[in-house]
Design a protein around this ligand. Structure first.
Ligand code: SAH
Length: 350
């Protein structure tokens, strides 16, 4: 059987150097190739390499950008939601959001997800496969080419659990940060995780100063395990200890996501318990680590039967946290007319 072809978008400059040398091309080609590939130009469209080189490249490698299969644009706020098709026909979603500080893209990290959170549409059919580094950066490149605009921030909050695809995600982070490529600073990247503690430690050792978001969603193990099966493996105290280590090692503040579900985790007692758990696990008299909780009114997904609390209950929850020294913000809903929360478009398609 023929050897598997290399995916060009997944290769960094060093790997491209190896590739060009292996097909008898000069070393400087790697830099040329890297910057063009990472701006979404396929080898066959490149004007500065000859036909013979293109043929040699095509024998050992391939180039594929995620293709726009569906695109929904919110009439309310301009949020754009893409359903992207990958080389093997699988689909993932990405969402582009306009904020005053620039354009943010929310990207997917896996086709499906195996974490099983009860309120989430992405996990309904389980995990199909991990995305490659090239497919991760490909979402950023394809959306930027489609809109003709520069993307300045990335959030890894789409379909999938990024830390369950650790190697490819770390590779992607370095690729998308490379000066000669897309060039997005680590401080403009957020990664959201349901709480795989061993991988949080591993990420802390990678020297990638991004913003970590933890999907907490409940303040007791009993409640968290009921909605997030991952909590049975890594309970809240283990998770918060990993957060504390991450903060100590990187100096980066961590934000917590708390999806509010009516009748399940939205009472005054829940808010009080949340503040108490965070304060006691993360702060001491000497050191007050900044804590930020982002409250997300749950997006109704018809399969899950979860409803958002009333506006009054949401703001009471935020006030209760603030009173106990925890900064709380309520996530603005973008693209409500296009069902912009992740997993819903892919679910519709299958
Ligand atoms: N697997 C990662 C990232 C993907 S989910 C994680 O768990 O963090 C991104 C965020 O959206 C998570 O906080 C997730 O819990 C939340 N989320 C998922 N489904 C939701 C829904 N129906 N309504 C509101 N937030 C949801």
């Amino acid at each position: 059987m023929a050897e598997k072809k290399l995916e060009l978008l997944s290769l960094d400059e060093n790997e491209l150097t190896e590739l060009v040398l292996s097909i008898g091309e000069p070393r400087y080609r790697a830099k040329q190739l890297f910057s063009q590939l990472q701006s979404g130009v396929a080898p066959e469209e490149m004007t500065n390499i000859g036909k013979a080189t293109k043929e040699k490249l095509a024998e050992v490698s391939y180039f594929h950008l995620p293709q726009v299969k569906r695109k929904l644009v919110s009439a309310i706020d301009g949020t754009v939601k893409y359903l992207f098709e990958l080389a093997d026909g699988n689909c993932v979603e990405s969402v582009l959001m306009n904020y005053h500080h620039g354009i943010t893209i929310c990207i997917s990290s896996q086709v499906g997800c195996r974490m099983g959170c009860k309120f989430c549409a992405s996990t309904i059919g389980g995990r199909v496969r991990d995305l490659t580094a090239g497919e991760l950066v490909g979402q950023v490149i394809a959306a930027s080419r489609d809109t003709g605009k520069r993307i300045s921030n990335i959030v890894m909050m789409g379909i999938g659990e990024p830390l369950d695809n650790f190697r490819n995600v770390v590779k992607f982070l370095r690729l998308v940060n490379a000066e000669n490529g897309v060039g997005i600073g680590y401080r403009h990247i957020s990664l959201s995780t349901c709480g795989l503690c061993d991988k949080i430690d591993a990420l802390a050792s990678e020297n990638i100063p991004l913003t970590l978001s933890i999907s907490l969603h409940a303040a007791t193990d009993e409640k968290r395990s009921a909605i997030m099966p991952v909590n049975k493996k890594y309970g809240i105290s283990d998770l918060l200890a990993a957060c504390r280590r991450y903060y100590e090692k990187t100096g980066r503040r961590i934000s917590f996501e708390y999806t509010l579900i009516e009748g399940q985790n939205d009472s005054a007692a829940d808010a009080e318990k949340l503040a108490q758990v965070l304060n006691s696990a993360l702060r001491s008299k000497k050191d007050t680590m900044p804590i930020h909780v982002n409250l997300i009114p749950v997006n109704e997904v018809k399969e899950t039967g979860c409803c958002p609390p009333s506006k009054a209950a949401i703001s009471a929850f935020a006030t209760a946290l603030e009173k106990r020294g925890i900064r709380a913000t309520v996530r603005r809903t973008l693209g409500p007319d296009i069902n912009a929360s992740c997993g819903q478009l892919r679910a519709e398609e299958s």
